[in-house]
Design a protein around this ligand. Sequence first.
Ligand code: NIG
Ligand code: FE
Length: 443
Amino acid sequence: MAILIKNIKALIQVEEKFRPNVSGKEMASLPTVKDAWIFIDEGRIIDFGTKDSYEIRLPAGQAGIMNHEKSTHKLTSSPAQQLTTIDATGKLVFPSFCDSHTHLVYAGSREIEYIDKIKGLSYEEIARRGGGILNSAKRLHKASEEELVEHALARLNEIMMLGTGAVEIKSGYGLSVEDELKMLRVVRRLKEISPLTVVATFLGAHALPEEYKGRQDEFVDLVINEMIPQVAAEGLADYIDVFCDRGFFTPEDTDRILLAGMKYGMRPKIHANELEYSGGIQVGVKYNALSVDHLEYTGDEEIKCLLGSETMPTILPGAAFFLGLQHAPVRKMMDAGLPLAMASDFNPGSSPSGNMQFILSLACINYRMLPEEAINAVTLNSAYAMGVSEELGTIARGKKANLFITRPIPGYEFMPYAYGSNKVETVILGGKVITNQGLRITE
Ligand code: NIG
Ligand code: FE
């Protein structure tokens, strides 16, 4: 089944030549094609162009919609029954958002802690009282794998209809061998059944369980000697994470855990510098982390360390908004020439929303990013931050056809501007139109 979207007001974030990410000043440039069409077949973007021509140039040797051997086909002569045509008059087409940092497998919301927060307790005070991550761990322990899959699928379906096409999901509410494995098996199941692209990160060192109080080293040993080998044996995780911050895990703990994970082929992707200058950024860069995330406390030393590295600095504006944290020095980082990604951090404690359209608005209002910079941060750069930029993050020939069509809007600046309303009208994942239930209505 092929899809032609025609009369597109503008095709956003198009890419003629592969770039793994954009940094510094390049972040302000957002390539677009006006009055465009795009042609999708067999789950891939085949071609796009301006309205003067609907010619489809298929790569030599690839089966075309007409099984024609020539490398150029007139779309008008293709069999109508194999082709869905969508008229996008007045509408824009974007590559799906890539949400490179979430904790969306969890058992139950935590709005009671939210009330405590409103009354003035900090995230760390709530955690010290046994709330926070430990509260989620208790609840996850009681939940079955099936229940967790069902609830996570509902969250996936929600973010999918808001424009997300790829999501990273972390463990970290297990905190025991058995429950960490349970979480990651849930993520594996989601990979199998969801039309979204899903990647998995093992976050055994998310918080210290009650019974290990005063014995942090022993818990780190448990992560290294038992959790990592078993996670690796079942091939359950693509990446390894540690919450490296004040009151959680030290740079030394992080160093040991990352080294152990890397021996099993898991590249680091860590929580760092949310609560203080924790040294997390440095340890992440030392081990060539794919990303270091949060970064509210980023100074000259951290910027210097990130420059020239392959590590994507990733900001989580939803968590800073929800917890009332100081903002990461985003402009300073971009002026220094760094790339930036942004993700939702969807989790029940510090960011109970996976709405990437709202992240775009926060990027512009709270971090003073231009709409172009913000869109780069939630597409191409966040695709890099989850290791999928060769497949996703831009509208490029040969990439996976994960994209969305907006409702009629004036231009891409309207996306962050009109905060709080859903501008996404039609979702296409893997080359198929997706309905609200995650069902495919085209084959
Ligand atoms: O990214 N910072 C650490 N972990 C999560 C919060 C998880 C929770 O509170 O449940 C975060 O914000
Ligand atoms: Fe997080």
